[in-house]
Design a protein around this ligand. Structure first.
Ligand code: HAM
Length: 416
């Protein structure tokens, strides 16, 4: 038997209904913030990701699905969405006149990671990317989009973590000092931390869950001490606005994010729902990336901010809420009583007319017993059953409301 590939998932039945409900909610929130849907290809030139997400990041370094096409070009399946949108807005000159652009996307991403709860090799991301505005109010508004998603889905077990990582120059300075510190302790750090250090990815040591690592990291120098006064001022302003709006947050000085393109404010919504998601799982992550466009095209410099969330993690976090929301309904279940061509044709025409009016309709054309057809209608959660019998020769049909069990005979025109 052929089975699905490790780290992928099939959605059907209730899972598919929950998925659909989530997508609808995300689309609705995107509409409320006037975000425009952006669709980019599933694969891109590999160098797009190495130049944006960064060669040293785990995502590019270890997790990409990269292959050579028939003309020997290196191609990668999208591991994230920001790089593709930035590539596209440069290619299509969408921000050359300082236009403000606000986009969202919902699509599959691919990362070769060890699958576990809420972590897959093919997963769905909803993301928001906003270009052309650079101020703390806009930053807070972006964080609020993310928060609204969690609130709308009644997800309350989370913490908002924020940090500032300053400019690239600030980060380089910090990187050197942190490297020195880690180098001195490398022998007593975990294998995970040693690996990160030797692959030049010293920031990622902060993701370690090893107790000894955490103890040592508590004494590590902090990025905050290396960032410019301007970045600090900006961070203070952001916190003030969040305070004014009474939005609870934690300043997490060890939050550095795993992708290279960020500057200044970064944020994550971290789940505290251990039962459904496991410990400290990040549902949403994002931040400013004011220099990414310039890195790919040095003719323009457009500030940007965005975030992305994993739909699988959102599904796990809102599972109880979604269970209540996914009541499947069918407006009409239609069946014939006799095995007569005339009746089946009538069933076909009535059902098409009802669908034209926007109702959901299912027809049973088989010779199954009437009692079976009724029980199937109930199983389908039909609101009404239309029974087509001899009365169609008087241009009438029988309709039963399954909620109140009322049975009526109606003229065809009346129904339609
Ligand atoms: P990221 O932190 O790499 O950021 O991913 C964002 C979210 O995608 C994560 O918080 C998680 O919910 C989900 N995710 C990541 N990997 C997996 C996986 N293997 N399985 C399931 N879910 C996963 C980005 O991708 C940035 N592009 C976000 C961004 C947009 N920053 C600015 N704009």
């Amino acid at each position: 038997m052929i089975k699905k590939i490790k780290g992928t998932k099939d959605y059907y039945g209730n899972d598919s209904l929950k998925f659909q409900f989530l997508i609808k909610t995300l689309e609705k929130i995107s509409y409320e913030y006037d975000l425009e849907k952006f669709i980019t290809p599933t694969f891109e030139e590999t160098q797009l990701f190495s130049r944006t997400v960064g060669n040293e990041s785990d995502v590019v370094n270890k997790e990409m699905y990269t292959f050579f096409d028939r003309k020997n070009r290196s191609i990668s399946l999208k591991p994230e969405g920001t790089a593709s949108i930035v590539r596209s807005i440069i290619e299509n000159k969408l921000v050359y006149n300082n236009e403000k652009r606000n986009y969202y996307y919902i699509t599959q991403m691919f990362r070769y990671e060890r699958p576990q709860k809420g972590r897959q090799r093919e997963f769905y991301q909803f993301g928001v990317e906003r270009f052309g505005e650079d101020n703390s109010y806009f930053d807070v508004e972006t964080i609020l989009i993310a928060k609204r998603i969690l609130d709308k889905l009644s997800i309350s077990q989370y913490e908002l973590h924020i940090n500032t990582i300053g400019s690239f120059e600030d980060r380089n300075k910090y990187n050197k000092v942190l490297n020195k510190f880690i180098n001195k302790k490398i022998q007593i750090l975990s294998k995970y931390a040693q690996e990160k250090f030797h692959s030049g990815n010293v920031f990622r040591i902060f993701d370690s869950k090893d107790e000894q690592d955490l103890k040592i990291l508590k004494k590590a120098p902090l990025i905050y001490d290396f960032i410019s006064n301007e970045s600090k001022k900006r961070f203070v302003e952001l916190k003030k606005i969040l305070d004014k709006l009474q939005i609870k947050y934690y300043v997490n000085e060890r939050l550095v994010r795993g992708l290279d393109y960020y500057n200044d404010v970064v944020f994550e919504f971290i789940s505290t729902d251990e039962e459904n998601l496991g410990s400290k799982s990040t549902i949403i992550g994002g931040g400013r990336y004011n220099h990414l466009i310039n890195k790919l095209d040095n003719n323009i410099d457009v500030p940007a901010i965005g975030f992305a969330l994993g739909i699988e993690r959102l599904l796990l976090a809102s599972n109880e809420f979604l269970k209540l929301k996914i009541e499947k309904e069918l407006d009409y279940y239609i069946f014939v009583i006799y095995d007569e061509i005339e009746m089946k044709l009538k069933a076909l025409t009535i059902s098409e007319k009802l669908r034209e009016k926007g109702f959901s309709v299912k027809v049973n054309y088989t010779n199954e017993k009437i009692s079976k057809k009724y029980s199937l209608a109930e199983k389908e959660k039909a609101l009404n059953v239309i029974v087509i019998g001899k009365e169609i020769y008087d241009n009438e049909i029988t309709i039963k409301n399954l909620k109140n069990q009322k049975i009526e005979r109606k003229k065809m025109e009346e129904i339609l």
